[in-house]
Design a protein. Sequence first.
Length: 444
Amino acid sequence: MQQETLFTREEMQPLAARLRPTTLDEFFGQKHLLGEGKLLRRLIESDNVGSMIFWGPPGVGKTTLARIIAHRTKASFIDFSAVTSGIKEIREVMERAEKNRLFGEKTILFVDEIHRFNKAQQDAFLPFVEKGSIILIGATTENPSFEVNGALLSRCKVFVLQPLGAEDLTALLERAVRDERGFGRQHVEISHDLLERIAEFANGDARSALSTLEMAVLNGDVKEDAIVVTAETVAQCTSRRSLLYDKAGEEHYNLISALHKSMRNSDPDAAVYWLARMLEAGEDPLYVARRVTRFASEDVGLADPRALEIAVAAYQACHFIGMPECTVNLAEAVVYLSMAPKSNALDRAYMFAKRDAELMPAEPVPLVIRNAPTKLMRELDYGKGYEYAHDTEEKLTAMQCLPDSLVGREYYLPDGEGLEAKYKERLAEIKAWKKAHRSDKKKP
């Protein structure tokens, strides 16, 4: 028998582990799934769960729900970690599950961090899920649409767990102070306002809230038989929030989308906020600068040609000085682009041209605009009839530059915003002049 040591005593476990709920009544948050009469609650209480995926940010109860199911189910429950397991371990577990099935016993397999399994590892589950050897419950912080195989995902019900509200977290912290599994055996004095401050700091993460409370209590002032947690202690424990962000995951794309769309909507306050969210969470400033440079041409374009100059300058500044000094350079570019007049005419022009380039026949370049550096090329009429625009008074010619099948096609259609109004007017003059002079050439 393994001898218990000082370090295995319950009170030596982290507060979050000691307070982990064992029943649905102890569970905080996720009322949309676990409220009275809700689907997931009914499935758990009736011990009738099927294969499912719990998707949500850290600290919202994914693993806790799995353990509550483990306590209630009559099925064999196997806890499995994607971090420490491979194909060999999967096969061993599947063999156990298959034996259970032959004896009429269900097997629930809980896979924590299922997104860490590669395609081959996920595929190993599929036949056993299909024939009912296992009921698979996966937990993931990543969007299962991207991280779980389509075939496996189609056989699972996805439950989306939301970050806990400040009210739920405050109630959880109050319970931690009172409950004997928490600090109930000690006399901890901490105001409701400070518990609310910790709850706000935790950003929807119950584990983070309990860890912060534990740190505050451990660093509290001991006065006679009480531990007093002051505002100063809480301030020290909440000096820097861990921002929810995964540079390789969905939140990365959500935040860059928020930045892009805030600038497009001419909202500099929102744009700077999303910029700060990314940079303070550790995003590469050069990545942001590249996206901002793309935006300058895609969404501003010739409505303000300086937009591209400022975006490129911001990229260079980020390259030269790096974080954290370059934050203000990016902020300058983001605010400028948010306030600039908007036009997506350049982006539309390229998309229209791209469509024709891909779908239309690849006609040869008209002879008139081909170079003729050799005698043979000149003999083949390369460049014959070419008109040099600079030799004309108007600096214009009526020469055809598009292939015959695309004559008359218009790609760049300026919106007329900002400086683009001048370009729109100029383009109309050019087209009118060319139309008139092409007509002149056709007259006898």
